[in-house]
Design a protein around this ligand. Structure first.
Ligand SMILES: Nc1ncnc2c1ncn2[C@@H]1O[C@H](COP(=O)(O)OP(=O)(O)OP(=O)(O)O)[C@@H](O)[C@H]1O
Length: 360
């Protein structure tokens, strides 16, 4: 009997590879469990698309191996071309064949895998129906809305019953309203997929809604992984902190304080030691025209470097005299009351109880 523990020890995808593209060097270990949806997130040029291309078989790594369900797709001796891999890909702009009907687009992958035309079409029709796209079968791709095209692309990649599904920015081509609807729909479809899914996304909300786990890549390396909640609550790089909207200050724990890079000491809720991160929400930062005294807060003298509307509030980018940068989030009323403009000198405070501290 295969227990949940055995499964956890035998991930469906086990990839460990290195690839170079010009000066860019990507070195990554990534695994995914059956049924797991892993989001690859990271700044532009981090290596997300390169990872997807290596897994799909469109780009050969310099070294390493890729296994899916124990089958070697690539290593020093083996290199399976894309059409021989149990891998389905949905590209960013879906790449449907314009001269084929929706039905034949979905049947195409099955035909290349050797199925007779009638069998491939019957199976394509089943997959379209499963994706609530059965009535689209006779149409051409140019007659489809963005959301419909996405459903068709998903049906096309799932029809050959891959074990690994790769999605490149699946919601990027949609307008904001459609995106919201399709995101929920995609989530339901992915929940019904028993293989593993790797999805690239730039959007933190998409990642949080779609993924069980995030893999954050920066400069060709994984810098953090965890559930969206874990990553958002305890970011380990500035990029992740910005993604989750948190301020992140690295330092060293000294009893109830953290000594920051600029030499200043901030007070934190419980005793800490060694290299740590101190993270706090922008809404935990209070701004003052005059230095508040006598309160158990951390106080910085700051200059306003930027003001930016953010939903119902305003994000105020701050820089301390000693070069610490962080963000406050305040109401438009507070901006008006304080008469905030760029270049202003202010005092910023954060209560110790608002700061989360965790090891680096
Ligand atoms: N054909 C190529 N030849 C040389 N370098 C390339 C090539 N394609 C991509 N690169 C480089 O590889 C790096 C990673 O690119 P990649 O497209 O994987 O990043 P990404 O994380 O997907 O970024 P984005 O979010 O902008 O799509 C970049 O520095 C890019 O300049």
């Amino acid at each position: 009997m295969v227990t949940a523990r055995d499964q956890a020890l035998n991930p469906l995808l086990v990839a460990d590879f290195q690839v170079r593209r010009g000066d860019f060097d990507l070195e990554l270990q990534v695994t995914a469990e059956p049924g797991e949806v892993v989001a690859l997130v990271g700044p532009n040029g981090a290596g997300k698309t390169t990872t997807l291309r290596v897994l799909a078989g469109l780009l050969a790594p310099q070294r390493g191996s890729i296994l899916v369900d124990g089958q070697v797709l690539a290593d020093t001796r083996v290199w399976l071309p894309p059409y021989q891999r149990p891998v389905g890909v949905v590209f960013q702009d879906y790449l449907l064949f314009p001269h084929l009907t929706v039905l034949d687009n979905v049947a195409f992958g099955l035909r290349t895998r050797g199925l007779a035309r009638s069998v491939a079409r019957a199976r394509a029709a089943e997959w379209l129906a499963r994706m609530d796209a059965g009535d689209l079968a006779p149409l051409r791709p140019q007659q489809l809305s963005g959301g419909q095209a996405q459903r068709v692309a998903l049906a096309r990649s799932l029809a050959p019953e891959p074990r690994l599904l790769l999605l490149d920015e699946p919601l990027a081509a949609l307008d904001a309203r459609t995106r919201l609807l399709i995101r929920g729909e995609l989530r339901r479809h992915l929940a019904g997929f028993t293989g593993a899914t790797i999805v690239i996304t730039h959007d933190p909300t998409d990642a949080a809604v779609l993924a069980d786990r995030l893999v954050v890549i920066e400069n060709g390396r994984m810098v953090q992984t965890g559930t969206p909640q874990e990553v958002a609550r305890r970011p380990r790089t500035d990029y992740v902190a910005r993604l989750s909207g948190l301020n992140l200050l690295p330092g060293v724990g000294v009893d109830h304080g953290v000594r920051l890079a600029d030499g200043s000491l901030i007070t934190v809720p419980s005793p800490v030691a060694g290299p740590v991160f101190a993270a706090f929400r922008p809404s935990a930062v209070a701004l003052w025209r005059t230095r508040p005294d006598g309160s158990p807060r951390n106080v910085w003298s700051v200059v306003v470097r930027g003001l930016e509307p953010y939903g119902d509030s305003v994000r105020v980018e701050l820089e301390s005299a000693s070069d610490l940068s962080f963000v406050a989030e305040v109401t438009p009323a507070a901006v008006a009351d304080l008469g905030l403009t760029i270049g202003d000198r202010l005092w910023a405070t954060v209560k110790a109880s608002e700061i989360e501290v965790y090891p680096r």
